[in-house]
Design a protein around this ligand. Structure first.
Ligand SMILES: *Cc1c(COP(=O)(O)O)cnc(C)c1O
Length: 376
């Protein structure tokens, strides 16, 4: 049996090696390393796939979020509502731009930002909401967009973990996550569902003016060569990475299906266990399973993690410290005791290996060992 990994990039590469190697060699032959044709091709393909009018590739998912916030022209001190239960990048860029992150609770079933918590946190300084489609399932976007319209707020979707996820509105309309809010952001970090072989990211919007601004900001605020209208940054997707992504985007739906199959195996193995809560499925969203995350009830989580590690089975805690308890946010006067649901999750979640290459033998070994520890 192949060693079990949280993400098996090597095995995935073996299956697409011919196409990837050819795409990379074509870039090497062209020497168009910056903004080569594969970058435009990828932006076009992704725009069609996600259903967003504009796709602006950039250097990574963190930059995507930062550039999105910059493009909205927010002013220092403006408040941005965001979950605390997320990867640090979501909240860090808010503080970096001297905006004020306002951490709110997540729904402990879906792990995503709770719409009623958003409403309660709105003040006269609130300008934007940053929902995160955590682990690969969408936040309740219909409710979030309603709140945003009512209070005239921007919505920036952090779609780094949910590319390809379909969202269903109550009137039957479907949209892909990242194409619902004012702006959507994603990451192509290697372990993401659509990962390249280095860093990469992209920004989505349907708004022409915003798209122009985003393009400008990602390129030193440049409107035409050597004319710089606004303060920007330098954030590009490498041509080499775009070439890899062009191969992998064609596979994305297949990859999602493979993840969903592994998740279904886990679900069956753990169904009804009193000490294990399997991932909740919201009616309004697919789940593309960037992570397969359990809530443990009355289980020694460190003990389980060690028991599995001793048997060469990795498991991870995403995330052990929520944003509102991070030292970096102390200066923002965050009250570290007001998010009991987030703290509760932080102490109980554990993520099992999930990727496109898991086979039944591996899944059997993982589930048998999880159950052996919990039932002992
Ligand atoms: C990965 C990730 C990011 C950041 O992406 P990078 O490409 O690593 O900068 C942001 N938000 C979430 C939720 C992520 O999972």
């Amino acid at each position: 049996m192949r060693p079990i990994q949280m993400v098996d990039l090597k095995q995935q590469y073996e299956h697409i090696k011919g196409d990837v190697d050819a795409a990379i060699h074509a870039v090497l032959d062209s020497c168009a390393f910056i903004n080569g044709k594969p970058v435009q091709d990828f932006a076009q393909q992704l725009s069609a796939y996600v259903g967003s009018k504009h796709v602006i590739p950039c250097a990574n998912g963190t930059d995507a979020l930062q550039i999105a916030l910059m493009a909205l022209g927010l002013q220092p001190g403006d408040e941005v509502i965001t979950p605390s239960f997320t990867y640090i990048a979501t909240t860090e860029v808010i503080a970096l731009l001297r905006l004020k992150p306002v951490f709110v609770e997540v729904d402990t079933k879906t792990f995503c930002i709770a719409p009623d918590a958003i409403e309660k946190a709105i003040t006269s300084k609130t300008k934007a909401i940053v929902p995160v489609h955590l682990y690969g399932q969408a936040a309740n976007m219909e409710a979030i967009m309603q709140i945003a319209r009512k209070h005239n707020l921007y919505v920036i979707e952090d779609n780094a973990q949910a590319i390809g996820c379909n969202y269903s509105f109550s009137n039957g309309t479907k949209k892909k996550t990242g194409a619902i809010g004012t702006i959507g952001c994603t990451s192509f970090f290697p372990s993401k569902n659509l990962g390249c072989y280095g860093d990469g990211g992209a920004i989505f919007t349907d708004d022409d003016q915003l798209a122009n601004r985003i393009r400008m900001i990602a390129n030193h605020g440049q409107s035409k060569r050597y004319y710089h209208d606004v303060v920007g940054c330098n954030s590009r997707l490498d041509t080499l990475q775009a070439a890899v992504l062009n191969v992998k985007l064609k596979k994305l739906d297949e990859y999602i299906a493979a993840r969903q199959q592994a998740a279904a195996y886990y679900d069956r193995a753990f169904a009804g266990h009193p000490k294990i809560t399997t991932p909740f499925r919201a009616t309004y969203s697919d789940h593309v399973f960037h992570q397969y995350t359990l809530i443990l009830n009355d289980v020694d989580r460190d003990g389980l993690n060690q028991y599995l590690a001793d048997r060469q089975i990795p498991s991870m805690i995403y995330y052990p410290v929520p944003a509102h308890r991070q030292t970096m946010f102390e200066a923002f006067g965050s009250d570290a005791s007001h998010l009991p649901g987030t703290d509760w999750l932080t102490e109980r979640v554990i993520s099992l290996p999930i990727h496109t290459e898991l086979d039944e033998e591996q899944l059997t070994l993982i589930t048998q060992n999880v159950l052996a520890y919990i039932n002992q």
